[in-house]
Design a protein around this ligand. Structure first.
Ligand code: SF4
Ligand code: SF4
Length: 134
């Protein structure tokens, strides 16, 4: 079974080897989808966890005891490349420059790591090429 989770680490737990502990103690594989850790700040990690359902639940409960905030749903922006006409309207609204037009090709470029899922781009798209997974 797979579960996607968003973890928010308090400052003190940022250096915890979380993926190692999940694998060793719970036999849960953790695929890192996104990581944001800034010095002296909380860290955020989006993981896709794979394993036996009971072990996944045990792993989630263990993370909670480590003062890690565990959110089981993770909203993501989806871009339908077949619908997108590369008009660039969404790029002007994106506060993190996750959406830009490639200077050489004028094609839309989406950098998921920069996206904070503010959803400002969704209503801007004239062809409804932008949506979320949830
Ligand atoms: S959701 Fe926000 S941050 Fe993400 S691509 Fe759209 S405008 Fe940019
Ligand atoms: S607004 Fe829509 S069609 Fe235009 S570049 Fe962005 S995703 Fe593509």
């Amino acid at each position: 079974m797979k579960k996607r989770v968003t973890l928010t680490f308090p400052q003190l737990s940022i250096h915890m080897p979380i993926t190692y502990r999940l694998a060793k103690d719970f036999n849960v594989a953790a695929n890192i989808i996104r990581a944001q850790v800034a010095p002296n700040q909380v860290g955020k990690l989006v993981l896709e966890l794979s394993g036996d359902i009971d072990q996944l639940d045990a792993a989630v409960e263990w993370m909670k005891t480590q003062n890690i905030d565990v959110c089981l749903t993770s909203r993501e922006i989806l871009i339908d490349e077949n619908s997108c006409v590369d008009c660039g309207l969404c790029t002007g609204l994106c506060p993190t420059e996750a959406l830009t037009l490639e200077p050489n090709t004028f094609r839309l470029n989406f950098v998921r790591l920069r996206c904070i899922v503010c959803e400002q781009c969704i209503p801007a798209c004239p062809v409804q090429a932008i949506s979320t997974n949830l």
